[in-house]
Write a protein that binds this ligand. Structure first.
Ligand SMILES: *Cc1c(COP(=O)(O)O)cnc(C)c1O
Length: 409
């Protein structure tokens, strides 16, 4: 292809992407060059309202001043020593995060998938060392339509064919039951079950909120049967739903929290497994590790994130603006929208499939300056940074109405 004068910078970047970047994503044609708060500016100077927030990794907005200041200060001090030595940032980070979760200890990792992998390892080790399950016999109960990441073990218990096909052999030791079905879950638990691993609200499945009695009853089953309840709050946690954790909506306290995404403040990958000493204490030196896990830069960012969460301001903001967002979206039911689900500033919107795929609707919205992402099929996800304003939500909703009307006609 020859590059002509009327080619935009964005088009040139996109052409280079398709040559040199592995094709494991199919991004919308938006090329970010800068961002602040809820807004992204592309290489040609076009502005977009971000209603995805990097899948909730940017809950506090792009380049939150306090997070950026903490990162800058840490860049001037020390950024990485590995866990071969201590750093003066790690304990303050782990203490603050443990307190936020009401737990004793933190295992710091980097990406969400690593937190899930680490949670699985901890649960299996707890099963053999504490519960007395024969080595190699432990099983973990998971939910259908789960999304927990992309490693070989994690895709082994996914039922998304695209995520799995061709990547076997798969890791054994998992049994999947329908999400929201307590009886099926109770029936799947046996004497060798070491953990139940769930997203309290399923994100990639389309922001699926379980029945109100589900998580409390799952909690009871886990307690009665001596099984760890592991909540993957990587996308649902840290204020997104209007509470610190999605589990808080039902007064449920899991044995293990898996956190990631927003924990890195939109700056660096930071993830963690958080639990009490009787669980995380099963790990001894050499049994698990990560070169970058808990590095000083990540810890400094994490400390600031937890500080921002301590006031409860982001949680209330997500709750208040979330009811506004949900009210506006519910108003579109029957006008191209079939269903709206979610909590706080997190909404899964089923668009009439006759109007187009989620991908097509997302592309039409991007052309009008609003960035959302389909989860699959004709379901869109709205998950703006929690710093978005009511007026900006209304502006995005007007653009959404335009797209629905144009698609209808
Ligand atoms: C994104 C996500 C993960 C994986 O996180 P990565 O940082 O992409 O590895 C795991 N669980 C849930 C619920 C997620 O949304």
């Amino acid at each position: 292809m020859t590059v002509t004068d009327h080619t935009t910078l964005a088009e040139r970047v996109i052409a280079a992407d398709s040559r040199h970047v592995a094709h494991n994503y199919s991004p919308l044609p938006v090329v970010a060059a800068a961002a602040e708060g809820a807004w992204i500016t592309d290489v040609d100077g076009r502005r977009y309202l971000d209603c995805l927030a990097a899948y909730s990794a940017v809950n506090f907005g792009h380049r939150h001043p306090r997070i950026i200041a903490a990162a800058h200060a840490q860049l001037e001090a020390v950024t990485l020593v590995s866990r071969a030595f201590h750093s003066d940032r790690l304990a303050p980070f782990c203490q603050a995060l443990a307190e936020l979760c009401g737990k004793d200890m933190v295992l710091p990792m980097n990406t969400g998938a690593e937190a899930v992998e680490s949670g699985i390892k901890v649960a299996r080790k707890w099963g053999t060392d504490i519960k007395g399950v024969p080595a190699g016999a432990g099983n973990i109960v998971v939910a259908h339509n789960n999304f927990h990441g992309r490693t070989t073990t994690i895709i082994s218990f996914s039922d998304d064919d695209t995520a799995r096909r061709g990547f076997g052999p798969y890791t054994p030791g998992f049994r999947a039951v329908p999400f929201g079905d307590v009886d099926a879950l109770a029936a799947a638990v046996d004497d060798h079950t070491v953990a139940v691993l769930l997203e309290p609200i399923q994100g990639e499945a389309g922001i699926i909120v379980p029945p109100d009695d589900y998580l409390p009853r799952v909690r009871r089953i886990c307690t009665e049967r001596g099984v760890l309840l592991i909540a993957d709050e990587i996308q649902s946690g840290l204020a997104r739903t209007g509470r610190t954790f999605a589990c808080d909506h039902w007064g449920v306290v899991p044995d293990v929290y898996l956190l990631g995404k927003a924990l890195g403040g939109g700056v660096v990958p930071v993830s963690a497994v958080v639990a009490d000493r009787d669980v995380l204490g099963v790990l001894h030196p050499g049994e698990h590790g990560s070169t970058f896990g808990g590095n000083p830069l990540a810890a400094a960012v994490g400390i600031t994130v937890i500080d921002l969460l301590r006031t409860g301001d982001f949680q209330s903001r997500a709750a208040e603006l979330g009811s506004h967002l949900h009210m506006r979206l519910q108003g579109l039911r029957g006008r191209g929208v079939h269903a709206v689900r979610g909590k706080g500033l997190w909404a899964g919107v089923d668009v009439d499939p006759a109007l187009g795929t989620g991908k097509q609707i997302s592309a039409a919205l991007a052309e009008r300056g609003v960035l959302v992402k389909d989860t699959h099929g004709s379901t869109l996800r709205f998950a703006p940074p929690l710093v978005i304003s009511v007026d900006e939500i209304d502006w995005a909703m007007e653009r959404f109405v335009e797209v629905l009307v144009i698609s209808t006609s």
